[in-house]
Design a protein around this ligand. Structure first.
Ligand SMILES: Nc1ncnc2c1ncn2[C@@H]1O[C@H](COP(=O)(O)OP(=O)(O)OP(=O)(O)O)[C@@H](O)[C@H]1O
Length: 248
């Protein structure tokens, strides 16, 4: 092996590289006989927003469910250095992972306020006032049942509800899906402010524009495999290629 070049010799030694917050290695997931995740490996660094993008059925939601412990997968998942692979979803949640599923899981027979107050308020978590300040429309709807909310209001409520637990990692499954542009923008701004406060987010999306505004890195998922990793700085130049991975 040749001697290191000048850049390597002169490189500053700033100590060890930061450790990932979430480290997923060689995940394989099955639904019955159907093998849907094929050796998925990726990291999310502290304070980083990472997107998983890909078509319907690529395996994005299954990846989030595997991290959350909602389905059992082979492989390893570590959070802050702790192996959480075999933990129940409740135990994963207690360690600071919050999951907002694609269907948002709002309890339709409970009011907005009751939905919001369902999870225990943890130190540093968002109380009612902070939640209503983020999305004032929910204050106006405080006593409306979940069934009467628009898709956008449900998405806002679902995100605010998990923030009560002061998570250190948010798993968001297609937060922009089916929503009007003005609502998508409001949700994007809310996520941008969470990011600015240092929240780590793993975002599943099919909406490239939405993901591109927020994410530091994108992983492209095709047929249960991650086929590419695209840093934020390359998204503009590779936009057509990325859109191709999302088109039907
Ligand atoms: N509960 C289930 N039982 C059987 N197969 C499933 C189940 N859930 C998902 N699948 C299948 O697993 C594959 C991956 O689905 P997954 O929901 O993870 O994809 P996705 O990328 O999130 O897309 P979508 O946006 O459609 O949810 C698909 O072929 C899907 O049909």
């Amino acid at each position: 092996m040749s001697a290191p070049g000048p850049a390597a010799v002169l490189a500053p030694t700033n100590g060890p590289a930061p450790a990932p917050l979430l480290c997923v290695r060689d995940l394989n997931a099955y639904y019955g006989q159907s093998h849907v995740l094929h050796g998925v490996s990726f990291d999310v660094m502290p304070g980083e927003v990472v997107s998983l993008i890909g078509r319907n059925g690529a395996g994005k939601s299954t990846t989030l469910k595997s991290v959350m412990g909602v389905i059992r997968s082979q492989g390893s998942v570590t959070l802050g250095g702790e192996n959480i692979t075999r933990l129940s979803s409740n135990a994963v949640a207690r360690r600071g992972v919050a999951w907002v599923p694609e269907d948002r899981a709002i309890l339709g027979n409970l009011s907005v306020r009751e939905n919001l107050e369902l999870p225990p308020l943890r130190p540093g978590g968002w109380d009612l006032e902070r939640a209503y300040a983020a999305f004032p429309v929910l204050r106006d709807r405080a006593h409306h049942p979940g069934t009467k909310l628009s898709g956008g209001e449900q998405q806002m409520l679902a995100m605010l509800r998990v923030l009560r637990g002061a998570p250190r990692l948010l798993l968001l499954d297609e937060p922009s899906e089916g929503l009007a542009p003005v609502i998508v923008q409001a949700i994007g701004e809310m996520l941008a402010s969470l990011k600015a406060q240092g929240m780590a987010i793993l975002l599943v999306e099919q909406n490239l524009s939405f993901a591109a505004r927020l994410a530091d890195r994108h992983y492209v998922m095709v047929n249960g495999q991650l086929v590419d990793e695209v840093p934020r700085a390359e998204v503009r130049a590779r936009r057509h290629e990325l859109l191709h991975h999302l088109s039907v």
